[in-house]
Write a protein that binds this ligand. Structure first.
Ligand SMILES: [Zn+2]
Length: 423
């Protein structure tokens, strides 16, 4: 295993504890953080990464995306969700082939790496291609092939469960079920997924209460709220990661908390599709729900940057509540790292000896983050753009000094540009 020394880091910021320390060396070997110390030890390293004027942090988690949608970025802007989905996205998706998904996932992965994301949840077509791309780049992923009733033949429950149950999860890639939503799956299908998830201890991602329309439809069809329907189908558990949760009541929030369901907050996607409501993040957090951040796919954001989503999410919460004291940058970074990793089922990556070495460095010379020394690091990097310089996942160097080492970035961009011509 590669041994890496992050040498002389100007700032080491542990998002888990909020501790900010200066001028330290971080030693990484066997996939773990071995030591964080002021002095140089006899540690032999394959890579010495100079970290003067860099901040070292745990990697960010993007807990809701559809990575291969990078192909459709910009092709369905400025439309409401149903029109966006039914008139633009689904017809495009019918033309999607495995080779498209492979190159589109690679581009998405490059974007994630450059945004300091070390782990993500994906829910899209041709997930085997996504896994191939993810393994070549080296990030962690929770991969949940979508399940529909009626829309897509390859994505019925029987197809997806055969695929998921035949896959092996490893330290970097885990497989789960991705029932799209309550409105695109029958109740019996949701019940079967609930039973399979429990029996095989498999994670589930689902779009929950994304729009007021889907809640109204659920009440009309079943006489109950979406969260109550999921409970009835056995789909509320610590294995469930629900995306959006914009239109949830206090009673639903308590239920999500009681069942230890994780929620992915996707403010940019919600605002771009003009869904009207704002996910009740302060209440979700207060009740103890594990909230994290998701960008959603590139066709509804259009960026995969978690830091950008954090900024917009914090501003949205503050603005809509007339309360600038709500959700501070250090809390946002805690939930974007610790909560995100827990929601995806990945190991603790706090910057402490013995934890998973999923580490990023950020460039403190980025003009927008050069501030007075009294400004805490979280405020500097959350409220203004910052460049990611190095990315290490499970002790493996993925990007060093801005250069991705695991795949050929230029080649991936060329292949992607070519694939765009097919749509
Ligand atoms: Zn989504």
């Amino acid at each position: 295993m590669t041994a890496i020394l992050l040498k002389g880091a100007s700032i080491v910021y542990d998002t888990y504890t909020g501790k900010q320390l200066c001028n330290l060396n971080v030693y990484i070997e066997d996939g773990l953080i071995q030591e964080i110390t002021e002095k140089s030890t006899g540690f032999k390293s394959d890579y010495v990464v100079e970290c003067n004027k860099k901040a070292v942090l745990p990697g960010l988690a993007n807990t809701h995306t559809h990575l291969a949608m990078t192909l459709f970025r910009g092709l369905a802007d400025d439309l409401p969700l149903r029109e966006w989905l039914e008139k633009r996205i689904w017809p495009l998706e019918r033309k999607l082939k495995r080779e498209h998904a492979l190159v589109a996932s690679k581009l998405g992965l490059i974007e994630l790496v450059k945004a300091g994301v070390t782990a993500f949840a994906d829910n899209y077509f041709f997930e085997d291609a996504l896994v191939e791309a993810t393994k070549s780049v080296g990030l962690r992923a929770l991969v949940c092939p979508p399940i529909f009733d009626g829309e897509f033949e390859e994505h019925t429950l029987s197809h997806v469960s055969n695929l998921v149950l035949s896959q092996r999860c490893d330290a970097l890639v885990k497989w789960g079920f991705g029932p799209h939503s309550i409105y695109s799956c029958k109740k019996e299908t949701l019940e079967q997924i609930g039973a399979l998830s429990k029996e095989h201890e498999i994670r589930v991602t689902i779009h929950l209460a994304e729009t007021r329309w889907s809640q109204v439809l659920c009440e009309k069809s079943f006489g109950k709220r979406e969260t109550d329907l999921l409970e009835e189908c056995g789909l509320l558990s610590p294995r469930t990661l629900a995306s959006h949760a914009v239109w949830v009541t206090k009673q639903e929030i308590r239920k999500l908390a009681n069942y230890e369901v994780s929620v992915s907050f996707c403010p940019v996607s919600n605002m771009k599709l003009a869904e009207g409501g704002v996910a009740p993040v302060p209440e979700l957090l207060k009740e103890g729900v594990r909230v994290s951040f998701g960008t959603d796919g590139a066709a509804s954001n259009n960026s995969l940057s978690v830091l950008e989503t954090i900024k917009i999410g914090l501003l949205l919460i503050k603005h809509s509540r007339w309360d600038p004291t709500l959700l501070k940058p250090h809390e946002a970074l805690l939930i974007a790292t610790k909560n995100g990793y827990e929601a995806l089922g990945f190991p603790k990556h706090a910057l402490q000896t013995g934890n998973a070495a999923d580490v990023i460095t950020l460039d403190l010379r980025t003009p927008s983050v050069i501030c007075h020394r009294s400004v805490p690091l979280p405020n500097r990097i959350v409220y203004a753009p910052v460049a990611t310089v190095d990315v290490i996942v499970s002790g493996k160097p993925i990007m060093i000094n801005g250069k991705i080492l695991t795949i050929d970035e230029e080649e991936a961009k060329q292949e992607f540009t070519k694939a765009l011509e097919d749509f």
